[in-house]
Design a protein around this ligand. Sequence first.
Ligand SMILES: Cc1cc2nc3c(=O)[nH]c(=O)nc-3n(C[C@H](O)[C@H](O)[C@H](O)COP(=O)(O)O)c2cc1C
Ligand SMILES: Nc1ncnc2c1ncn2[C@@H]1O[C@H](COP(=O)(O)OP(=O)(O)OP(=O)(O)O)[C@@H](O)[C@H]1O
Length: 294
Amino acid sequence: MQTQFLDNSIQELPFLEAEDCAMALGFFDGIHLGHQHIIRKAKEIAREKGLQFALMTFTPHPTEVITPDSTNFPYLTTLSEKVKKMASLGVEQLYIVKFNTDFCHLSPQEFVKQYLVGLRCKHVIAGFDFTYGYKGAGNMSQLTEYAQGEFEVTTVAKIERNHRKISSTLIRELVKSGRVDLVPEYLGQFYEINGQVLSISSQNGDTDSIIHVITSCFLPRPGVYTIAADINGVTYEGTCIEIHTFESHSMLVLQLDSKPPCIESSPIVIKWTCLRQEKPLLSTKPIELSSAVI
Ligand SMILES: Cc1cc2nc3c(=O)[nH]c(=O)nc-3n(C[C@H](O)[C@H](O)[C@H](O)COP(=O)(O)O)c2cc1C
Ligand SMILES: Nc1ncnc2c1ncn2[C@@H]1O[C@H](COP(=O)(O)OP(=O)(O)OP(=O)(O)O)[C@@H](O)[C@H]1O
């Protein structure tokens, strides 16, 4: 997959090098089951028409630009995780458009002309509620008219589960309220976060261990959770017994069912499987964080 960052403060955009493409559009936080359907549809159309399979996303989330006071937007996926997932879904050309005030002020027609026609879109695929242009004024029913014959449009109808639209917002609400057990119905997998191991200590004569983890990802509300932790390619079952949230990061205390070897400073991926108890099990004092790791 080729990845291209587009920053409209740079005048010489590499549009002339673009290939004729079928392009999926959207923010795609989490790449949930609704997103995956759109991405598969775009891939299918690209194959049928012999076009490059492209996808356009934005960074940061429009809310961070439009509501500058908003802090810590609750992303379900970091940009680098999103890039990896897009590659695994077969996207051939990923455009990551810098969402800034200049971009935000483009009219729907300007966006279509500069970014969609400019990037040689021959077919555009998005969901029924995709919006674009200043104040999100452009919608899918206007897109064919704005395309002026340059590309075709496929609008994917609302994809629901349990009579609710599958959405990043719904998944964030489930995570926030601790209902991580329900997340796979909408996300297609357990909610995962990335972090870094700060320290590890043995418990019960080496049969299990306590590890401290630092993360800046969006977390479930405090409580005791069953988790699985991937460290250096090995999966450990365990429990998250404490969650301490600070301004820009959080610290987790995990109890693992075994003691992993030499994992200080290792990256860790934590899968949240279920909320076991509303209150923390025990209260360990948060360890001192050196400024080097924050
Ligand atoms: C050129 C352009 C300008 C936009 N301007 C605004 C804006 O002024 N206000 C706003 O809330 N969202 C704005 N958006 C964001 C869109 O409404 C929408 O959230 C974004 O395209 C992602 O779509 P999705 O949330 O359906 O994935 C803009 C999007 C684009 C492409
Ligand atoms: N359930 C769904 N059914 C059909 N299309 C969807 C669905 N969810 C998202 N889409 C489409 O996927 C693309 C990315 O959407 P977006 O990132 O806004 O997802 P979302 O889940 O609606 O997010 P949020 O809850 O933050 O609004 C857009 O084209 C959007 O229309």
